[in-house]
Design a protein around this ligand. Structure first.
Ligand code: PMP
Length: 392
């Protein structure tokens, strides 16, 4: 049976997180394992209204095939929001609408990665990128992520050794919550230009900043080819599967070919409804509400960790996003902790799968976007108890 599959399938596994989510489906379990936005904040009524308006105004054309590049009005709104919210000048023609930002990772891999090419990623790194890239059989080179960004000496060594591309999540990274400092952003941009490395900046969480100042994207600081990825998943709703990328013409043209081959274009109806929603609602107010809610949930999680976790567990306090990263003393295993925690009816994601070099067994990812304050308090209390038992 095994030899009916392509060679590339040999090294890629089902997402560990999606497997874990099956175990944590028990309603008695307080789960910090998922990476889900809070559904209480989905704009259900506004989307319902937008959908009705789409069908009563543009009707059949919402159900027709459409261009690969995507809805022009939606691209104009994305460009305007970059300008107004992030101070970034983006030509709408340099935007390509995608089926979630996850699709971009698959397209990037198809367009740029030949077997054995060196792809640099953060350690820990986003599992969805590791999975998408793995299908194209790169050689991963991982670079340690410090609380203010990547280790620059390791990054330069990786670039010097002939890296093809660097995939990075500079704002409130999944899984670590780390955000790059301004100095590291500038240094990374310099290194990219010096060594001529393609840059893929994945930014689904950038608008969810609770504290500190918005920092420039590395995409805007570098001159060498780059791709900036955005998503509606965390600021509106993931079910639409709507993301976008920004890239120079030459790069965009190739990505368009990869997208045409994959799915022709992003769902016309999803784009039309999202556009209508954005045109007729206060999206900035909505994003502010998400920031406020997640920010206060993050406060509760940090406070409860201080109260209930043993002091030898260290954490990275995120300035935004949806995740908090914890590190137990060396030698402690978060896989062992996972079993103990499930018995205590609380769940999280063990950190090791986010490390392409197999390290990180003493780390864990905690999600704070999808639990309210009382559940966070109770869940962290339970998890603190589980940690005490395995550290004994
Ligand atoms: N990149 C990162 C870093 C993510 O955390 C996620 C969502 N888990 C994605 C990309 C994919 O998001 P989507 O496809 O919903 O836009």
């Amino acid at each position: 049976m095994a030899d009916i599959f392509a060679r590339r399938m040999g090294t890629v596994h089902r997402s560990f997180i999606r497997e874990i989510l099956k175990v944590t489906a028990d309603p008695e379990i307080i789960s910090f394992a998922g990476g889900l936005p809070n559904p209480e904040l989905f704009p259900v009524a506004a989307m319902d209204k937008a959908a009705h308006e789409v069908f009563s105004t543009i009707g059949a054309s919402a159900l027709q095939y459409s261009t690969t590049e995507g809805d022009a009005g939606l691209r104009a709104i994305i460009a305007r929001r970059y300008k107004e919210n992030r101070g970034l000048d983006v030509d709408p023609d340099s935007i390509l609408i995608t089926t979630g930002s996850q699709q971009i990772l698959d397209m990037v891999a198809k367009v740029f990665i030949d077997r054995g090419d060196k792809v640099v990623i953060e350690r820990p790194g986003y599992l969805g990128a590791i999975q998408a890239f793995s299908l194209f059989e790169p050689e991963f080179v991982s670079v340690s992520l410090e609380p203010d960004g990547p280790d620059l000496a390791e990054l330069e060594a990786a670039f010097r050794a002939g890296a093809k591309c660097f995939y990075s999540v500079p704002n409130f990274q999944n899984p670590s919550g780390v955000s790059y400092s301004l100095a590291k952003r500038q240094a990374v941009a310099r290194l990219l230009d010096e060594y001529g490395v393609l840059f893929v900046e994945d930014d689904p969480y950038g608008e969810l900043r609770f504290m500190g100042d918005d920092l420039p994207s590395i995409f805007s600081l570098r001159k060498n080819p780059g791709i900036l990825c955005g998503s509606f998943s965390k600021i509106a709703a993931p079910g639409f599967r709507l993301g976008w990328l920004v890239a120079d013409r030459a790069v965009l043209d190739k990505l368009v070919i990869a997208k045409q081959a994959a799915d022709l274009h992003t769902s016309t109806v999803a784009q039309a409804i999202m556009r209508r929603y954005l045109e007729t609602n206060d999206i900035e107010g909505h994003v502010a509400l998400i920031r406020e809610r997640y920010g206060s949930q993050r406060e509760v999680m940090v406070e409860m960790i201080r109260r209930y976790f043993p002091p030898e567990v260290s954490i990275i306090e995120p300035e935004g996003g949806m995740f908090l990263w914890a590190t137990m003393p060396r030698g402690a295993s978060s896989m062992d902790l996972f079993d103990a925690a499930i018995k205590d009816k609380v769940a999280f994601v063990p950190g090791q799968p986010f490390h392409v070099d197999g390290t990180g067994d003493n780390t864990l990812r905690l999600n704070f976007s999808n639990s309210d304050a009382p559940r966070i308090e109770e869940g962290i209390r339970r998890l603190g108890r589980s940690i005490q038992t395995i550290l004994k």
